[in-house]
Ligand binder design. Structure first.
Ligand SMILES: *Cc1c(COP(=O)(O)O)cnc(C)c1O
Length: 346
């Protein structure tokens, strides 16, 4: 099997952990392992002095947690709604009754940063919710510009980096980001099931709201000071996470990110060859999202049936996404492009 969907092809040492017996987790060893994971995570994202919460739950759980515990303490949020995931912030604010104004963008389009600044100056929100990479289209936003505007108006910046962490450069302290969230099945390239909240050290004494039992920041943070979780953790995934973080540490974060960039560059030369249009105006390296020219209605199924290969369909006909996270070589990508093209010609 080949997969260019999330989490991509996983390293075999990580997979082996899944075949082992599961140790009891209320031990000093499990706690120490998680404390170490926290340290590595904070280092990789430039959040020295901050905290993490590692939840058993998918990325949306972490988004929900942020709205319950943090956004609910604010008067007004401004949401960048540039696709499925941006829209999810907006839905979560509705769900929890948080006042919000949405900036709705066309598919694959960048933010008009001057317009955003005007809107912030008029609306005076106290928190901005966005994605770094809107995975539904492949669009990458300019966090430096977002952070500049936020700092000018004293707006707290919250960024969903689920699909950009370890695919794009990112430094929370440098950018003045208060909260980031990610999950395990994208840049971390291990199975889905854990999500991670990064809290900037500026929030160390923040009075969060206690609006949801399972995701409660205070309760989770209290337990995590010993590396423990309030409820049963997906033990195996915490072990895979720790192993993966060590692998990244020994390869170097910059080199991990650089590999993603190289794969994306290479695949995009193939897109050009086959005249597949990259849709995003400023595409992230994390995925390539492109329009095919023919047979868009059968490509997804045929790739599975003919080649045992997964690519990701998109939210519009003829649009597909290929992830560049996970193990893949130039030969793999060349073969993938040839296979997609062969179905185009059927
Ligand atoms: C994948 C993803 C999520 C989380 O989705 P889950 O299915 O809940 O893991 C959130 N935001 C972005 C940008 C994503 O790509």
């Amino acid at each position: 099997m080949k997969t260019y969907a999330f989490p991509g092809i996983i390293d075999s040492d990580i997979l082996k952990i899944g075949a082992e017996q599961i140790p009891y987790m209320r031990t000093k060893e499990f706690g120490d392992m998680n404390k170490e994971s926290e340290e590595l995570l904070l280092k990789f994202i430039g959040c020295a002095g901050g905290r993490t919460i590692i939840y058993t739950g998918s990325g949306t759980g972490a988004m929900s947690a942020v709205v319950e515990n943090y956004v609910s303490t604010k008067n007004k949020a401004i949401v960048i709604d540039g696709g499925t995931f941006g829209h999810r912030w907006s839905q979560l604010c509705d769900y929890y009754g948080c006042h919000h104004v949405d900036i709705v963008l066309d598919f694959g389009k960048d933010i008009d940063y001057d317009e955003l600044e005007a809107k912030i100056s008029e609306e005076r929100p106290d928190v901005l919710l966005c994605q770094h990479h809107e995975t539904s289209s492949g669009q990458l936003y300019d966090l430096f510009r977002l952070s500049t505007v936020c700092q000018r108006f004293g707006v707290s910046l919250v960024v969903d980096v689920v699909s950009s962490f370890l695919a794009e450069e990112l430094d929370m302290n440098k950018l003045g980001i208060d909260i980031c969230i990610t999950s395990t099945q994208k840049g971390l390239n291990i199975p889905p099931g854990l999500s991670i909240i990064f809290l900037n050290k500026r929030l160390n004494d923040y009075q969060f709201h206690n609006n949801g039992f399972y995701w409660d920041f205070s309760e989770n943070l209290r337990n995590l000071t010993r590396g423990q979780t309030p409820y049963s953790p997906a033990t195996m995934l915490y072990m895979m996470l720790n192993k993966r973080l060590h692998q990244i540490e020994s390869q170097g974060v910059a080199s991990v990110i650089n590999k993603v960039h190289e794969r994306a560059h290479f695949f995009r030369t193939l897109c050009k060859r086959y005249s597949w249009n990259i849709v995003a105006s400023n595409p992230s390296y994390a995925i390539s999202g492109f329009d095919v020219n023919r047979n868009g209605d059968i490509i997804f199924r045929k790739m599975i049936e003919m080649y045992n290969t997964f690519i990701m369909p998109g939210s519009k006909p003829g649009f597909f996404r290929v992830s560049h996270m996970g193990i893949q070589s130039e030969d793999d990508l060349r073969t993938l492009a040839e296979q997609i093209h062969s179905i185009e010609r059927l």
